[in-house]
Design a protein around this ligand. Structure first.
Ligand SMILES: Cc1cc2nc3c(=O)[nH]c(=O)nc-3n(C[C@H](O)[C@H](O)[C@H](O)COP(=O)(O)OP(=O)(O)OC[C@H]3O[C@@H](n4cnc5c(N)ncnc54)[C@H](O)[C@@H]3O)c2cc1C
Length: 385
């Protein structure tokens, strides 16, 4: 077991670190105020840096690396802002990995190259108004008529909704109940019969588009069928890597809060000395560091063990659950280090605290992760009904 990055990984991480500080961090305050989607500004930079599709195959324009290299990049970018990191997340650990792992050769040729250039981002549409944690209750229907599927239904809280070019939509075929009837179809944004609800207003994650997707007799060509009915397990398996990406968003936010707190604690003076000289502040910093380091190791283990494949449900759920909860605690502790200034919008900590709150909900709640963990540990699936 080697806990050191190799030379190439160290250089790569440092390059992304400096790029994030110099080119991306200055964009964050304005992004926070305007909520403007920044993809048009950052995407050309990401393409130039080779950050889109780091772990997608080289023959389709990807970097040909493992998910670990992608995670290193997401961590560095999320340290500055998870929204800034989002396109890198989507093109490395998002639904495009389902295409990569399970798509036909034709689908790979069609969908992967534009993800690697940033031309076409793919979002994942699972959640519905009546099916969140209980995903297998989803009711968006797909009925084959001739050479097209006809889709009817509604999706909720879709990150990238109204903005992404492609959607991997989880649908139910032939009214078959439960997981057995569920598969996945890729729907292009401009397909007639697909419309978008109003943009969500979340407490954090300003600048991340999110909306309902509404399907009304939406005709999707048969060749866009990615995961047929009966292969729901493949969708979930591929989601294990997205879970690690989600965990890394939390890690990046918490690490950013820790770094800012270290700096602030050495600069801020109270009672005539820097507050880092008070043991109470030292203990806060030490506790924050322990939590960040532990989350980092859990995430690195899950993705390293996955290699070029997919992580295990146990390791990815442990990493996500721990990291999601860790980031809430660490950003809250950071706010305490900053005192009243932590509560002010002039400083980044209150944003980090709000941003940290989204990830334990997205991608399966922390309660659902615990169910996954217990199930994997005990070798059983516990029916929640
Ligand atoms: C920022 C953000 C981004 C998102 N992005 C996407 C996206 O891109 N695509 C997408 O498809 N969805 C997305 N979602 C939706 C997200 O996946 C769901 O919100 C989540 O799965 C929970 O579903 P729900 O909101 O319907 O809550 P519910 O399922 O109604 O759960 C409510 C509460 O009950 C708990 N609960 C439910 N069942 C159980 C159980 N069996 N045991 C114990 N506790 C339980 C939950 O943990 C939760 O605390 C996003 C959500 C957020 C907040």
């Amino acid at each position: 077991m080697d806990f050191q990055l190799n030379e190439e990984q160290r250089i790569f991480k440092k390059m992304v670190h400096d790029f994030a500080d110099q080119r991306l961090a200055p964009l964050v305050p304005a992004l926070e105020k305007s909520g403007e989607v920044l993809d048009h500004k950052v995407m050309p930079l990401y393409e130039e840096m080779g950050l889109l599709g780091i772990c997608l195959p080289e023959r389709f324009g990807g970097g040909g690396q493992t998910a670990f290299e992608a995670i290193l990049a997401i961590e560095e970018l999320a340290r500055v802002s998870p929204i800034i990191a989002f396109p890198v997340f989507e093109t490395n650990v998002g639904p495009i990995r389902v295409v990569d792992q399970f798509g036909t050769e034709e689908q790979k040729q069609r969908f992967i190259p534009p993800a690697c250039t940033g031309e076409k981002l793919m979002a994942v549409a699972m959640t519905e108004p009546g099916a969140g944690s209980a995903l297998t209750d989803l009711s968006t229907k797909a009925v084959l008529k001739g050479d097209h599927f006809v889709l009817n239904g509604q999706k909720r809280f879709i990150s990238g909704g109204g903005h992404s070019d492609l959607y991997l939509v989880y649908v139910r075929f032939n009214e078959i109940k439960g997981a057995k009837g569920i598969g996945g179809i890729v729907v292009e944004k401009n397909t007639p019969g697909l419309s978008f609800g109003k943009q969500e207003e979340f407490m954090g994650l300003q600048g991340m588009p999110s909306s309902d997707l509404i399907f009304e007799d939406c005709l999707v060509p048969q060749e866009n069928l990615l995961i047929p009915q009966g292969d729901f397990a493949k969708l979930m398996q591929a989601f294990d890597v997205e879970r690690c990406g989600n965990a890394t968003m939390s890690l990046g936010i918490a690490w950013g809060a820790l770094e800012a707190s270290k700096k602030y604690a050495q600069e801020r003076v109270a009672f005539g000395k820097p507050i880092c000289e008070f043991q109470a502040i030292q203990f806060l910093l030490a506790d924050m560091a322990m939590k960040v380091e532990a989350a980092r190791l859990l995430i690195y283990r899950a993705v390293t063990n996955a290699g070029t494949g997919l992580p295990s449900v146990f390791e990815s759920s442990v990493a996500k659950c721990f990291s999601n909860e860790m980031a809430k605690e660490v950003t809250d502790m950071a706010l305490q280090v900053f005192g009243g200034y932590g509560y002010s919008k002039e400083y980044p900590i209150e944003r980090m605290l709000r941003d940290s709150r989204g990830w334990p909900l997205a991608g399966g709640t922390v309660q659902i992760q615990r169910i996954n963990i217990a199930g994997a540990m005990l070798g059983r699936r516990f029916n929640q009904r």
